[in-house]
Design a protein around this ligand. Structure first.
Ligand code: PCO
Length: 204
């Protein structure tokens, strides 16, 4: 499976952004988000998706390598094989989870790691930025457990891009919509190394 290995090579001076996508309908924005991130100077993008997220976007519209749970098991078949979620944590200078659905929020806030995406989070080096964009139905957002879990993530040092109020796809009106792609891209831009820095140098 050497092709997966070479896929995760890092070229000097490139800032590697791993986009995690989970099962909110806001995942339909993934192709737009990826194309906007690729316009940032020196940025390379890869995607890690949950199984549920794939219902919401067309993978043919995503122009970068996308890793799924099955890739973990295809890559590791014997002791000497690389472990994909560890290769991904090494590769990424920044981890952006957009959208972060209610289910994955619950898993991450409790250390559950039952798929490729949550295993990358569980192994994440918190000296590198992890940015998350919650997205869920308003009723889910308003459940008291949501605020508890979001604050746990910020206590871990992760950066929240808060959800916004919109008329949601189910017809409800209120908080729960993912932040606009332009907002997300501008926050990522703030975390890029300054021209005279390399990713290793930036202190978080
Ligand atoms: C999909 C999009 C981006 C369209 O503007 C917006 O509605 C949104 O972020 N929804 C996410 C909230 C959600 O998952 N609702 C699920 C049930 S209502």
């Amino acid at each position: 499976m050497s092709f997966l290995k070479t896929d995760l090579s890092k070229s000097a001076g490139t800032f590697c952004v791993l986009v995690g996508v989970t099962g909110s309908v806001a995942a339909l924005k993934l192709p737009l988000l990826v194309s906007q991130l690729l316009q940032l100077p020196g940025v390379d993008v890869k995607v890690v998706t949950t199984e549920h997220a794939q219902h919401f976007y067309n993978s043919e519209e995503v122009s970068v390598k996308t890793y799924r749970d099955k890739d973990e098991w295809e890559l590791w078949t014997q002791r000497s094989d690389p472990v994909l979620h560890i290769e991904l944590r090494r590769w990424a200078d920044l981890f952006l989870i957009a959208p972060l659905d209610a289910n994955t929020l619950g898993k991450i806030s409790n250390g559950i790691c039952d798929n490729l995406l949550t295993c990358v989070v569980r192994a994440w080096d918190t000296s590198r930025p992890l940015i998350f964009c919650p997205a869920m139905n308003t009723a889910m957002w308003q459940h008291p457990v949501t605020a508890q879990q979001v604050s746990r993530l910020t206590e871990f040092g992760y950066v929240e891009i808060p959800c916004i109020s919109k008329k949601l796809v189910c017809g409800d009106e209120g908080k729960g919509a993912m932040a606009e792609v332009s907002t997300i891209v501008s926050v990522v831009k703030q975390h890029l190394p300054k021209p005279d820095e390399s990713p290793e140098d930036i202190s978080h």
